[in-house]
Design a binder for this molecule. Structure first.
Ligand code: F0G
Length: 458
């Protein structure tokens, strides 16, 4: 008999979870104004809101925390992080920041100006927010296949090189500060970008004299998919794949809360010394001195260790398999989910789940509320609320995909938790015809509204 697969780590510390009754959850979600970000964590049984900063650090990372150097300038922890970034990505210069969006804020303060255009693959919301805040615009060049949840394509994060070239042709190079490639592409479903595509983007960027920026939050999961899906990479190590990927980038922003498996942290990686110097000014203004930039020494130590652990094949294999396990269970139960399964999350297709609910009533958010009521599972809307309003017309933007993201924290839950989530969603699916009332907005922020929006039942 073949041995079944088992996780590549064991559990050393546990945290107790709180179960609740449906009546309690009814009351709590009403008090939270139907926005799951407003729930207290103890009102949640299984928390799949995000995989960002919610992972379990290893014993090695915790031991690194104890030896952090808290010197204001020139801490050994800074040099540990610098060496990990050089070893793994090959970037000679970096700036630490407190998280990914802070890296965007610092870098875009130097590079993005009023009227600029930033092509990319379904920019993440903070990335788009930081572009639009500077009165520049994000142009989505993702391949069309990404917008059909049922098409099986191994690299749905890919950029359409034709769309990209059309955009590069349409504007002078000085209006295009960089092309953003998001690895894996969160907004299109945790979908990877192939090495071939990275090569193609880089070649076009060189042809038109434009830089390439990798939004790197889930770079290691992207490398894992290249290893298992792209011809010629089966026998290449994750570390070598990552090194090759980053030969096609001039810059990187990193939210270390994902693939570096830390609770807080980020950085910007540079090849260009001059840009690094310019960005250092903003880093000092917004984040902190250039050798800590919003992070404590112990956090930089844990981050450096996390980058090495996060690029181990055994770890990534366990990680991505667990996400796939949840996807398979849901598929067996008939729940419409995005295919192929992403690296950090399973995305439920709310347009297929609740087709009769008007889009103006926020299908994916309605589904998030129903799943919470069913079993205390907190997921997150990746749909109309997240898409914000059009900055010009102020109308709701209805994205092609209306998704409910079940985001799996790293090394935190077991497959029994995944089973519970799958059955909870199946129960909601079975009563979907009775879900006839969606939600309406009572209050919203002008940008990135989904975090704080207040809603009521329609
Ligand atoms: N880029 C990507 C692709 C992301 O997924 C995120 C965060 C960021 C940048 C910003 O990083 O949160 O450290 O400031 N994504 C989280 C999520 C919030 O839930 O997907 P941050």
């Amino acid at each position: 008999m073949n041995l079944p697969y088992a996780e590549s780590y064991k559990i050393k510390v546990v945290e107790n979870l709180h179960r609740s009754s449906r009546e309690e959850r009814e009351q709590w979600i009403r008090q939270a104004k139907y926005n799951l970000f407003n729930l207290k964590s103890e009102q949640v049984f299984i928390d799949l809101l995000t995989d960002s900063g919610t992972g379990a650090m290893s014993d090695r990372q915790w031991s690194e925390m104890m030896t952090g150097d808290e010197s204001y300038a020139g801490a050994t922890s800074y040099y540990k992080m610098k060496s990990a970034i050089k070893n793994i990505f090959g970037f000679p210069y970096f700036l630490p920041t407190h998280q990914g969006r802070a890296a965007e804020n610092v870098l875009f303060s130097v590079m993005v100006n009023n009227g600029d255009v930033v092509p990319g693959n379904a920019h993440f919301d903070t990335t788009k927010g930081h572009i639009e805040y500077r009165k520049a615009s994000a142009v989505d060049c993702t391949i069309d296949e990404a917008y059909d949840t049922q098409i099986e394509h191994p690299f749905k994060g890919n950029l359409d090189l034709h769309k990209l070239e059309e955009t590069l042709k349409a504007y002078p190079a000085r209006r295009i500060p960089f092309i953003v490639v998001t690895l894996t592409c969160n907004s299109s479903g945790g979908q990877p970008v192939s090495m071939e595509n990275l090569r193609g983007v880089h070649a076009l960027a060189r042809k038109y004299g434009v830089r390439v920026l990798f939004d790197s939050a889930r770079f290691a999961e992207n490398a894992y998919f290249i290893k298992i899906r792209e011809e010629g990479y089966q026998d290449v190590s994750i570390r070598d794949i990552v090194a090759e990927m980053y030969q096609h980038a001039d810059l990187m922003t990193m939210s270390s809360k994902k693939d570096a498996i830390v609770n807080m942290g980020g950085f910007i990686g540079f090849r260009d010394e001059d840009l690094f110097r310019q960005a250092s000014v903003y880093n000092i203004m917004f984040e902190g001195f250039i050798t800590y930039g919003g992070m404590s020494g112990r956090d930089m130590n844990a981050l450096a260790q996390g980058l090495y652990e996060g690029t181990r094949f055994e770890y990534l294999d366990t990680r991505v398999r667990q996400v796939g396990y949840l996807g398979q269970r849901l598929e067996e139960l008939g729940v419409p989910v995005q295919k192929p399964f992403g690296g950090h999350a399973i995305f439920v297709d709310a347009n297929q789940f609740l087709p009769n609910l008007p889009r103006e009533q926020f299908r994916a958010q309605t589904l998030a509320v129903e799943l919470y009521l069913e079993a205390g599972v907190r997921a997150v809307e990746i749909g109309t609320l997240l898409a914000d309003r059009d900055p010009e017309t102020r109308e709701n933007r209805y994205p092609e995909l209306e998704l409910l993201r079940l985001t799996i924290p790293r090394r935190v839950y077991t497959n029994n938790h995944m089973n519970l989530v799958a059955v909870a969603l199946k129960n909601v699916y079975d009563r979907r015809d009775q879900i006839t009332r969606g939600l309406k907005i009572v209050r919203e922020a002008p940008i990135m509204r989904h975090f704080t929006v207040e809603l009521e039942r329609h």
